[in-house]
Design a protein around this ligand. Structure first.
Ligand SMILES: [Ca+2]
Ligand SMILES: [Ca+2]
Length: 176
């Protein structure tokens, strides 16, 4: 019974604690076109995905404010490793407000699956850039308070461990 209990506990922890993690990304600004040195990158340090450090899903909850005639749809987000590489299934970019060709303040939510392998340092880099630069060398948009990104981690299926534990118990009983 101890074996089964141990595996069940691991499974429960993985499902409730280790499966995903939410980060505050408010304050991150979208400045200029892709590749411009003015663009900002926010470094997230996931703690729950080790030792695999594989991101399998990304959920975003962005409240965007635009400036100077810029549109929501022009904000693009890119994620990658600490060294600028992307080891995983594409795409590494998403457009949170696709089709919203207007400006102001508005909330956008969404999620998608991915298969993104972090480097050994475990850092997740998130950056924003504009598809049209309304304010050269100036801020086009910002993520307001309450904006978050939630990362889902690869965790081995808890059922696998439970079955092994149960098999071990059955073997133990037969030996008695
Ligand atoms: Ca700009
Ligand atoms: Ca713009």
């Amino acid at each position: 019974m101890r074996i089964i209990g141990l595996f069940a506990l691991c499974g429960t922890v993985a499902m409730t604690c280790g499966a995903q993690e939410t980060f505050d990304v408010s304050g991150l600004q979208s400045w200029d076109l892709d590749g411009d040195i003015d663009n900002q990158t926010m470094i997230l340090s996931p703690t729950q995905g080790a030792p695999f450090n594989v991101i399998v899903s990304v959920s975003y909850d962005f409240t965007i404010e635009t400036f100077g005639g810029s549109w929501f749809s022009e904000v693009n987000a890119r994620f990658g490793n600490s060294d600028g590489t992307f080891d995983g299934a594409w795409p590494d970019t998403f457009t949170p407000a696709l089709g919203f060709d207007l400006g102001g303040i508005q909330r956008f939510t969404g999620s998608f699956e991915t298969d993104f392998h972090l480097n050994a340092d475990g850092e997740f880099h998130l950056s924003l850039f504009e598809s049209f630069d309304d304010n050269p060398d100036g801020v086009d948009a910002v993520l307001l308070a309450g904006s978050t990104i939630t990362l889902g981690y690869f965790i081995p299926a808890p059922g696998t461990g439970a079955l092994i534990g149960m098999g071990g118990l059955l073997v133990a009983r037969r030996r008695r």
